[in-house]
Design a protein around this ligand. Sequence first.
Ligand SMILES: [Zn+2]
Length: 312
Amino acid sequence: MKENYPRTLQELESRFRTDEACRAYLFALRWPDGWICPNCSGRTAWAVRRGLWRCSQCRHEASVTSGTIFQDSHLPLRTWFLAMWHVTSQKTGVSAVGLQGTLGLGSYKTAWAMLHKMRRAMVRPGRERLQGLVEVDETYWGGDEEGVVGRLTEKKALIIIGAEAVGNGIGRIRLLRIPDTTKESLRGFIVHAIEPGSTVRTDGLNAYLVLKGYTHDRQVQRRRPKGEHLLPRVHRVASLLKRWMLGTHQGAIGIEHLDHYLDEFAFRFNRRTSASRGKLFYLLVQQAVQVGAVPFSTIIKPQPLVVVESSK
Ligand SMILES: [Zn+2]
């Protein structure tokens, strides 16, 4: 399916008036060359009932939503499509309270879980690492954050940010919560997020020294005109990120869920120049049928910090 997506909310509403229309769209994105058994990769199946197929090789039954973020949801697909539209069509996204109101959902928890499931689909499987000249620095979230005091847990989170330098502006970004600023954590992020051979620009922090496989451009703090930053792109991203977390989400972000908010922020930021918001909707739906099911238990479970092996 060649980038076929609605351009406006009206277009979305008239096109996806029924769950059947939604299913057909998901089918075209998930199985562009026809049904494939998720269990044995067999290509022939018969319809058990509407929207459900049984593999003729292994008898496995699969619908277009099984093994996707829509699995086990009791909501109509139409509601999901509207939710994905609202999340992608607004520059700043939408909070759980906002989504609950817009869609008229019965509970906050439902809206909250939908958003978290959508966030799982905001990371494209096999996405490319950053490259070229990349600024890297850390920032804190929580604790001293203005306006957040008293509403978050006392915990503070450390976030590392990579931002490609493109001319005077910013290319793509990557963000990750890290446990500390040890060499292992910092280099782990670099290897995970940045293509070898790239130039990594950091501050003078010693833990960044000796970056094998990368050209290291180490900026040491000298006297600078007021307001000028050593790493202006990372600094800009950090302030936009905080503005978004305090604005759209009112600072009400559990530290244990922070990584997924970072994913959402990067998803939107990296596509900020996209000509059409419908294109973001398309990408989200496309990834929603690729990333696997997201059981509710995996959303509420506190997540361990990702410590990326730097030896890879
Ligand atoms: Zn099969």
